[in-house]
Design a protein around this ligand. Structure first.
Ligand code: SF4
Length: 270
C-alpha cells in the first residue's frame, strides 16, 4: 500500500475515491473543480490596539515573505498579540472562557486554516486543533500534502469559546476580527481555508448556503479563500468526508495557482 492509498484509507475514503481521481483533481483536468474566483469586498479594516492599521497584503509583501529567514510568529509579534488576546475583554465571551487561544503553526505556512472558535476540549487544554476534529483536519491536510502545524497555521475566527459551543455572533466576530487580521497580516498565507458555514458567513460577510460557497475561490486582500465543512460536522456526518477531501484538493489548486503567479511575477521583475 503506498502513502496516498494509506491516507485515503485513514480518511475512510478508500476505495470511494481513487488515486486516479486524486491525480486528476490536483492537476486540474476535471471540469467541475475548476477554480471560480469571486471578489469579496472585505469590511473596512479596523484599527488595532496601538492605532495601527492592518496593512493589505500584496504581491510585493508576498515576495518579502519568500526571502525572509525562518522565524516564528511568536518572535515577530505573536507574543504581543497573545498578550493582547489573553487580556482582551472586547466581547462577552471573555467572561466564560477557560482560555483565549491564538493560532498555532508555522509562521511561514502557505496554508491558513480558520475554525469557528476553540472547542470544549481545546479550551479546557489550552491547545489548538486537538481531539477527533483536530485529527480529522490533520488527515485531510495530509491527504493533500500539507502537514498540520508544519506548513499550515491554525487559528480561530473568535479566540474564546462560546458556552455550549454555540456559533459566535456577528458582534463577537467583529469584536475579535482585528486579532485575526493581525495574524493574517503576519502570516501572509497563500490560501485560507474556512471551516464551516458560520466561519464563511462571518469572515466573508456572505450569507449563502455552504453548498453554494464550496468549490469557489474568494479573494480576500489578494489571498484565495476556500470554504469547506466544519470538522465537528464532518465527524457527525462521515458521508461528507469525500466532499471535504475534494474541497482540500481544490484549496491545493488555489495555492498552486498562487505559487505559480508569484513565480511568474518574480521572473517578470528580474
Ligand atoms: Fe476578545 Fe475575541 Fe475573546 Fe471576544 S472572543 S473577548 S474579542 S479575544
Amino acid at each position: 500500500m503506498n502513502r496516498d492509498e494509506a491516507l485515503l484509507r485513514e480518511l475512510g475514503l478508500w476505495p470511494t475515491v481513487s488515486l486516479l481521481e486524486t491525480k486528476i483533481l490536483i492537476e486540474g483536468q476535471d471540469a467541475f473543480a475548476r477554480p471560480h474566483a469571486v471578489k469579496v469586498t472585505p469590511p473596512s479594516t479596523q484599527p488595532v490596539s496601538h492605532g495601527q492599521s492592518i496593512k493589505p497584503l500584496d504581491a510585493k509583501e508576498e515576495r518579502v515573505k519568500e526571502t525572509k529567514p525562518e522565524e516564528s510568529v511568536k518572535s515577530t509579534g505573536q507574543l504581543t498579540l497573545q498578550e493582547r488576546v489573553l487580556s482582551c475583554a472586547a466581547c462577552a465571551l471573555h467572561a466564560t472562557r477557560q482560555h483565549a487561544l491564538v493560532g498555532k503553526g508555522n509562521a511561514q505556512a502557505d496554508w491558513l486554516v480558520i475554525a469557528e472558535s476553540p472547542s470544549t476540549e481545546e479550551d479546557l487544554h489550552n491547545q489548538v486543533a486537538i481531539g477527533s476534529a483536530g485529527e480529522m483536519l490533520a488527515n485531510l491536510l495530509n491527504a493533500v500534502g500539507a502537514t498540520a502545524f508544519e506548513n499550515t497555521y491554525h487559528t480561530y475566527l473568535v479566540k474564546c469559546r462560546p458556552v455550549h459551543n454555540r456559533p459566535p455572533s456577528q458582534e463577537e466576530s467583529r469584536a475579535c476580527r482585528h486579532h485575526l487580521l493581525e495574524e493574517i497580516s503576519h502570516l501572509q498565507p497563500k490560501v485560507i481555508v474556512l471551516l464551516g458555514r458560520t466561519v464563511a458567513k462571518l469572515f466573508l460577510e456572505l450569507d449563502l448556503p455552504l453548498t453554494q460557497m464550496r468549490q469557489k475561490s474568494y479573494d480576500f486582500r489578494g489571498v484565495g479563500v476556500v470554504v469547506t465543512q466544519d470538522m465537528g460536522a464532518l465527524l457527525r456526518q462521515p458521508s461528507e468526508k469525500a466532499q471535504a477531501w475534494r474541497d482540500f484538493i481544490f484549496a491545493k489548486k488555489i495555492l498552486n495557482q498562487c505559487t505559480q503567479r508569484v513565480g511568474s511575477d518574480d521572473t517578470t521583475n528580474t
